[in-house]
Design a protein around this ligand. Sequence first.
Ligand code: C2E
Ligand code: MG
Ligand code: MG
Ligand code: MG
Length: 292
Amino acid sequence: AAKEAGKNNYQFFSEQVRSYALERMALERNLRQALERHEFTVLYQPKRDLASGAISGVEALLRWQNPELGPISPAQFIPIAEETGMIVPIGKWVLRTACLQNMAWQREGLPPVCMAVNLSVRQFTDDHLLLDIATILKETGMDPRLLELEITEGLVMRDPAKAITLLAAIKEIGVRLAIDDFGTGYSSLAQLKNFPIDTLKVDRSFIREVATNASDKAITEAIIAMGKTLCMTVIAEGVETEEQEDFLRQNSCDQMQGYYFSKAVLPEEFASLLRTHHAIPLPEESAFLASQ
Ligand code: C2E
Ligand code: MG
Ligand code: MG
Ligand code: MG
C-alpha cells in the first residue's frame, strides 16, 4: 500500500510539474508575439506630494491582455520577459509609449508631470540602453528632466562599478533616477551615497503596517532621514489607508503612491485627476476666507 501511495504521489507531483511547464510554455509562446499583436497597454499611477496634496508625478505600469490567456499580471510575465531577453524590446516600447503619452498630455494643456518608467536588470545590461533612451527622448520630443527611471537595488549591487558609470551617463542626459522597492535589497548607506540617485521609493512591505508596527515605523523613519541626508526625494509605495498617509506626512515623507489616492488608471482618467489635483491648494481655505 505504501508503494501504491508513493506512486500516486509521484504521479500527482509530475502532473503538477507538467501543468506548470505547459502553462509556462504557453505564457512564453504568447509573450513572444504580444508586442506585434498589440496586446500590451500602459496604465498610469499618480504620485502625490504629501505636503500640498498635489500630483507630483506618475508611474507607467505595463499591462498584458492575451485573447487565449486573459489578463496576466506583471509579476507573472515580467520575470519570463527578463529571462528570455524579451524585456529589452518590450521595455523600449513602454518607454516610448510613456514619453508619447506625456507629450500628448502636455499638448492637451495639462501641466508638465514627471513620468517614471521601470527598468529591469536585463535592460540595464543591454549595450544599447543609453542610446535607446537618448533616441526615444529625441524622437518623442520629451524633456529628459521629466523622465525618471526606476531601478532596483539588485541592479546596482550586481556590478557597482559598471552601474555607477552607466547611471552617471544616464544622469548626464538629464534623466532622473529612482531606487524602487527600497529596503528589500542589501545596499547600505555607504554604497548609496556613491550613486547619482534622485529618489528613494520605500518598499510597500514597510508601509503595510507602518501606522501600527514599531519596527516598520522605525525602518520607514530611518529611510526618510537617510534620503533627506543624501538630498533625495523619498516616496512611500503601497499606501492604502488614511492612517498610513497621515503617518508619512507627519514624518516628513515627501510623496506617496498607492490605492488610497489612486490605482494605475487609463490615460484619460489620469488627465482628469491631474486637472483636479495639480494646483497647489491654499494651506487652509477657512483661514484665507477669514482674512477677507
Ligand atoms: P513596482 O514598480 O514596484 O510597481 C508597484 C506595483 O504595486 C504595481 O503593480 C502597482 O499596481 C502596485 N500598487 C500600487 N499601489 C498599490 C497599493 O496601494 N497596494 C498594493 N497592494 N499594490 C499597489 P504592477 O503594476 O502589478 O507591477 C508589478 C511590478 O512589475 C512593478 O513593481 C515592476 O517591478 C514591474 N513592472 C511593471 N511594469 C513594468 C515595466 O514596464 N517594465 C519593467 N521592467 N517592469 C515593470
Ligand atoms: Mg516602480
Ligand atoms: Mg516598487
Ligand atoms: Mg514593488
